[in-house]
Write a new protein. Structure first.
Length: 142
């Protein structure tokens, strides 16, 4: 059975929350386009499943977090392949501090796989949750 765009999105954010880094790339088509327009690092788009496998494998090196996707609103569009998902990751950082990272994803899902995604993430909140806010600020300054 082919997953709907909503189901694929939910698998993605739940997989991130559970740290299933070795599986997440399988949600994407072989040829895809994943962009992070608000990234302060001027990230290049990810264009293949293999690039996404490498991207997600970096998650293995982050400190483990207790988090879950929350406050989820999925907007269907006139195009049945496209959804706009508003949500946040909520949890507790390694130092015991609670966090929330607001996000908006615009996904195009075809035949149960993501063929395009624009991921708008609050990178400051994300850096704070991982305890790397100073490193983010240093990167932006340079």
């Amino acid at each position: 059975m082919t997953l709907t765009p909503r189901e694929v999105f939910l698998e993605l954010v739940q997989g991130v929350s559970e740290g299933r880094w070795d599986e997440l790339h399988e949600l994407y088509a072989e040829k895809t386009l994943v962009e992070h327009p608000f990234s302060p690092f001027e990230d290049e788009p990810l264009r293949t499943r293999e690039e996404l496998r490498e991207h997600f494998s970096a998650g293995k090196h982050l400190p483990p977090l207790r988090q879950e996707p929350a406050n989820i609103t999925v907007h269907e569009t006139a195009d049945p392949e496209v959804i706009v998902a508003e949500f946040e990751y909520r949890g507790t950082a390694e130092d015991g501090e609670p966090f929330r990272v607001p996000c908006v994803f615009v996904l195009r899902v075809r035949d149960g796989q993501i063929v395009a995604s624009r991921d708008y993430i609050d990178h400051i909140s994300s850096a704070r949750r991982h305890g790397v806010l100073n490193e983010l600020i240093d990167t932006i300054r340079s």
